[in-house]
Write a protein that binds this ligand. Sequence first.
Ligand code: 3PG
Ligand code: CO
Length: 553
Amino acid sequence: GFSWKLADHPKLPKGKLVAMIVLDGWGEASPDKYNCIHVAETPTMDSLKNGAPDKWRLVRAHGTAVGLPTEDDMGNSEVGHNALGAGRIYAQGAKLVDLALASGKIYEDEGFNYIKESFATNTLHLIGLMSDGGVHSRLDQLQLLLKGASQRGAKRIRVHVLTDGRDVLDGSSVGFAEILEAELSDLRSKGIDAQVASGGGRMYVTMDRYENDWEVVKRGWDAQVLGEAPHKFKNVVEAIKTLRSAPGANDQYLPPFVIVDDSGKSVGPIVDGDAVVTFNFRADRMTMLAQALEYEKFDKFDRVRVPKIRYAGMLQYDGELKLPSHYLVSPPLIERTSGEYLVHNGVRTFACSETVKFGHVTFFWNGNRSGYFNAELEEYVEIPSDSGITFNVQPKMKALEIGEKTRDAILSGRFDQVRVNIPNGDMVGHTGDVEATVVACKAADEAVKMIIDAVEQVGGIYVVTADHGNAEDMVKRNKKGEPILKDGEVQILTSHTLQPVPIAIGGPGLAAGVKFRKDVPSGGLANVAATVMNLHGFVAPEDYETTLIEVVD
Ligand code: 3PG
Ligand code: CO
């Protein structure tokens, strides 16, 4: 029968502290002035790279290596941390939704049939991120869902859009809005009353995560549910163009707006009896809205009016909380993660990051599960992030504090594994501010040093890697790798990249003879879990992706 017990590693000892350090948004790319990691002073990461050649390598962090539909899909934190923690590759939300739409199964399952009950008498609302980034949502999936729902009886449809500019180029929201408008106008020509009803920039409206700032969700609620916003427009393209023309405006932070009819009334508040779908497949930035839409008891902000709706998520966003209770596509079932195994085998674990990445090393790492496996053996520490700012104004973020807390955890002797996410490269990279991203990379490097120094003191082992690329490339390039110019200017890349990420192992506790194998050249993030289990003195379960290390006598 099944057992949580892991076999002893034939050669590697138990009881060494292992520090698992994940740099967020830290890929490997050729040196260049838009490679902020190259430009920044990063002596610690440099010394790992230029140290023992068999203790540093690259691993794949994008596309099919992390369960995304194609090799053109950049990596992201959700799938990256899922792979790191689970040690196996799961078809992820993006892919599962593609499959369900292609087969039509999405329309046969419980979630769709539940919302469909409203179609005859009420409005169907679709709320989500409008882009082709493929990290949280995809516009082509929304288009298919619009078609599918209208063919199955939806007569009145309202779309509440969130503009991106974070997983895609800033300014691209205009083009996406035009595509969406064309789709809706096509539906209107078929007699369906379909319109955009509200909008706003994803970072300012709705898509907060890990409860960093509920005001963000409230702004969205006011526009989407109550039909109230400071800006009113006749159509979405005009709305986005006008709001973008304000000084300093960008897609990520557009203020909330509603679309109004000729009499100035909002065209799409959410009312009793309506159906609502949040069409993002990714969880972290949808769970707060899902709570507001679903929970009867709710005190995070004043909802003013709580319509009785039929609500479904594109996916279920939290399996533990069963949130939301209705969903169109079943999420990947990620079980038996490395964290759960290690805890069952007595490994005392400490995990830490600041708010904006806290769920990455806990929720995502543990296969999209909230909470502890065993509270006696685990401690998760969240350092509050600054809220209400863009991180280019505070590029050091809480790297130092994460470093200090983790150092203290290591020196306390209370843990066998410490696991951290250092967010700077990613969070500042997403702002598109190249200078600030250089500062961010330096801060991240310093945090790594602080942790590695503590590892040295206790005779432990470190594993330093990243979840996906971001800061190593800040411009859009052609196939040859040259920046693509538009009106004579480079186009700043706020998004993640397709680059591989480094992984380095070392520390005084690393047994002599441990090195990276040569026979897993296409290794990816999913190979890291087995590697870490080995470093704790265990053999990984058989169905895990193979370890990256070998021990030569
Ligand atoms: C975000 O949610 O901030 C971006 O869309 C993706 O960034 P992450 O995958 O690094 O969190
Ligand atoms: Co990111």
